[in-house]
Design a protein around this ligand. Structure first.
Ligand SMILES: [Zn+2]
Ligand SMILES: [Zn+2]
Length: 439
């Protein structure tokens, strides 16, 4: 079918639904609204014929020259100047977003906002690539913030040709493939559908121009890789895995295109004392038997340095003590500072001197505690409580204490290296500390 036959004779302004005095912005808005309604994906109001008419009308009215020709001479004035859309198979667009379709039909400039300057789809020369940089920082640097010098290797304008890609004395002409646009539309097959894709012109690489003698330093690309120093302010409270975007620190777009962005991925090194969970800092603190029984004061590491912590008398192993606002400061100063949670581990002495041994025996006597089991006890028809432990003095002692407390012995207990853990959170924390402790 020869192109032009299917072109509409309807008034273009009526097709789009605007006054003759409408501004380009109004035309664009009305067009987008209608195009969405007539979208081939739209089961209720989708209409391929109307969509083509709409596209044709927009093709003319969105172009200032074509629009004034149409205003003066009507359809005759734009005959041949406007593109026909009847050779476009709109059903192939099913499943594609409105923006993809509009971009395929009209190129840039039709898309709605939301992608401003983003991923190389803005008008004008293509933006350079975004770059990624992995940055390792210390635990405390993440807590309190820091400044880090980055050495970024990125594409920048070639100094020799000043980004033109042309050697001295070279003639420059318009690329015939893309007529200087730097981009070409091509029909591509994507699985089951065909769609139009706008790609950088393969002949001029987006330059829009042909250079007979390319610059030797950049091979005509107009850009070369250069080092760029940059000091990155890392905010206090930043979390491991965070991504910081530094606008304009990516690659230079060739031939005058804007710089891409740099994405810095923050990797926080683990700390020997602290484990972070959000803004809460966990720390494991070992105390002695005597301290657990009598209470007292100890020095506990915090991100602010060592601080005094009061230990209440009779504290159990696995207890958690709160140190308010000794955690991680809130990111961007929003909200309150996190806390530190101290996980108390009562240290069972392993090497006892003779004196110590005597003292502990006396202690057991004072408690009226037997350090062995009377075989008679096994014969009693008691409910089979599983209280079997290593027959060490302290073991029996602990078991006694705990059953007094009525603490659930069966749940949340795990045996690792002969050490008993209580409380799953402590398990996690202790596990996190384990490799460092064994070093
Ligand atoms: Zn160059
Ligand atoms: Zn070209």
């Amino acid at each position: 079918m020869p192109t032009g036959n299917m072109s509409t004779n309807k008034d273009y302004y009526e097709v789009i639904g605007v006054e003759k005095t409408a501004t380009p912005e109004e035309i664009k808005k009305a067009f987008r609204r209608k195009a969405r309604a007539l979208h081939p994906d739209n089961k209720d109001s989708g209409d391929e014929k109307a969509f083509k008419e709409l596209a044709e009308a927009y093709e003319v009215l969105s172009d200032q020259n074509k629009r004034s020709a149409y205003d003066r001479y009507g359809h005759e004035g734009v005959k041949g100047a406007s593109r026909r859309f009847d050779d476009v198979d709109f059903s192939s667009f099913a499943g594609f977003g409105m923006d993809d379709i509009l971009e395929a039909l009209f190129g840039q400039g039709v898309r709605g906002g939301g992608f401003g300057g983003g991923f190389g789809r803005s008008a004008g020369p293509a933006q350079g690539a975004h770059l990624k940089h992995d940055l390792q920082i210390d635990f405390l640097e993440a807590v309190f913030g820091c400044e880090k010098k980055l050495d970024v290797s990125r594409l920048d304008d070639c100094t020799t040709c000043l980004g033109t890609g042309a050697a001295a004395g070279s003639t420059v002409s318009t690329c015939t493939t893309c007529n200087g646009a730097g981009q070409v539309k091509e029909l591509v097959n994507m699985l089951f559908v065909q769609t139009y894709q706008i790609t950088t012109c393969p002949h001029c690489k987006g330059h829009g121009k042909k250079v007979d003698k390319p610059c030797r330093d950049c091979r005509g690309d107009g850009v070369t890789r250069k080092k760029k120093d940059f000091t990155l302010p890392v905010p206090a409270g930043i979390a491991d895995g965070s991504r910081m975007r530094v606008a304009g620190l990516g690659d230079k777009g060739p031939f005058g295109g804007p710089f891409g962005d740099l994405f810095v991925i923050i990797h926080v090194k683990p700390h020997k004392d602290f484990v972070r969970d959000g803004n809460t800092v966990h720390v494991k603190q070992t105390i002695s038997f005597s301290m657990a029984a009598l209470g007292g004061e100890i020095l506990v590491p915090t991100v602010d340095g060592s601080k005094i912590l009061k230990i209440p008398a009779g504290i159990q192993s696995g207890s958690q003590l709160l140190m308010k606002e000794y955690g991680v400061p809130p990111l961007q100063g929003q909200g309150r500072r996190g806390d530190q949670i101290v996980h108390v581990v009562v240290n069972t002495p392993t090497k006892l001197s003779g004196d110590h041994r005597e003292l502990f025996k006396k202690l057991a006597e004072l408690h009226g505690e037997s350090l062995t089991v009377d075989p008679e006890a096994l014969k009693e028809p008691e409910e089979p409580k599983k209280q079997k432990k290593d027959a060490t003095k302290s073991g029996t002692h602990t078991a006694l204490k705990e059953s007094e407390d009525g603490k659930g012995k069966a749940n949340g207990k795990k045996k690792t290296n002969g050490e008993e853990k209580e409380d799953t959170l402590l398990d996690k924390i202790v596990d996190a500390f384990r490799p460092k402790n064994s070093e």
